[in-house]
Write a protein that binds this ligand. Structure first.
Ligand code: ADP
Ligand code: ADP
Length: 212
């Protein structure tokens, strides 16, 4: 479902991320580990099609991202990739439900309020559908970000430190929800984290080395 080959990324002239081969099957969750600065966020953004690598090949569900121009890549990402950003990036002027509808609209999918509400219900935040993100607790906001990342039933979900600010109960819930979604929708799931709680529950682990 996700295939990375011979990836190098440089900002300026320093190599910031490097991976030879990374293949994730449909429904397969994996963790991206490594010290701070080893390139986890960079690699997640490359896998998600947010950032074009300096070198190497990225395929999602058989589609080569290199072959897409910027407009086609934006459209492909909206439709097939769900991203949980480290700082969430929920749109503050829209309600939680409207954030999901904006993701549908942005991907060129029909705006489906019923499916949006059902996605929130599956994450236990249906009562927060009509509130603004600033009113949410940290756990609720993290779930809202997961809801937005999964509402379009993407083939690939990437999540950057999705449990960093959560207590044990919310961290467990978010990890379980991400994995349940990956199983149900046969999506690949790549999570960058330092969190030992995630290391205990997801077997496949890819460790990046600190760059020289
Ligand atoms: P991690 O997520 O493992 O902490 P990052 O991918 O954020 O690693 O960063 C990898 C390296 O790339 C670091 O040395 C970081 O300083 C550098 N880096 C990250 N983003 C940029 C950027 N936009 N411009 C220049 N250097 C960057
Ligand atoms: P951090 O909290 O480490 O800065 P996030 O995971 O919150 O990282 O992501 C922020 C980064 O993602 C920014 O560097 C920005 O360039 C990129 N980014 C965020 N949203 C988008 C987007 N919609 N399209 C392209 N790049 C984005």
């Amino acid at each position: 479902m996700l295939s990375l080959q011979a990836i190098r990324h440089r900002y300026d002239d320093r190599t910031a991320a490097r991976v030879e081969v990374l293949d994730l099957a449909a429904g397969e969750p994996a963790l991206l580990l490594g010290p701070s600065g080893s390139g986890k966020t960079t690699l997640l953004h490359i896998a998600a099609g947010l950032l074009r690598p300096s070198e190497g090949l990225v395929r999602i569900g058989g589609q080569s991202l290199t072959a897409l121009d910027d407009i086609a890549l934006d459209r492909f990402r909206g439709r097939h990739v769900g991203i949980v950003f480290q700082r969430l990036h929920l749109i503050g002027s829209l309600t939680v439900l409207q954030n999901l509808l904006a993701a549908q609209y942005g991907a060129g999918l029909p705006v489906d309020i019923g499916h949006g509400r059902a996605t929130l219900a599956a994450l236990g935040i249906e009562a927060q559908a009509d509130v603004l993100p600033a009113r949410l607790s940290q756990g609720q906001a993290q779930r809202a970000a997961v809801a937005r990342a999964t509402v379009n039933r993407p083939q690939l979900i990437v999540a950057d430190e999705p449990t960093a600010s959560l207590d044990d109960r919310n961290a467990d819930a978010v990890l379980n929800l991400l994995q349940a979604h990956a199983r149900a929708c046969e999506a690949a799931l790549l999570i960058a984290t330092h969190d030992a709680r995630a290391k205990a529950c997801i077997k496949r682990q890819i460790t990046l080395e600190a760059s020289a």
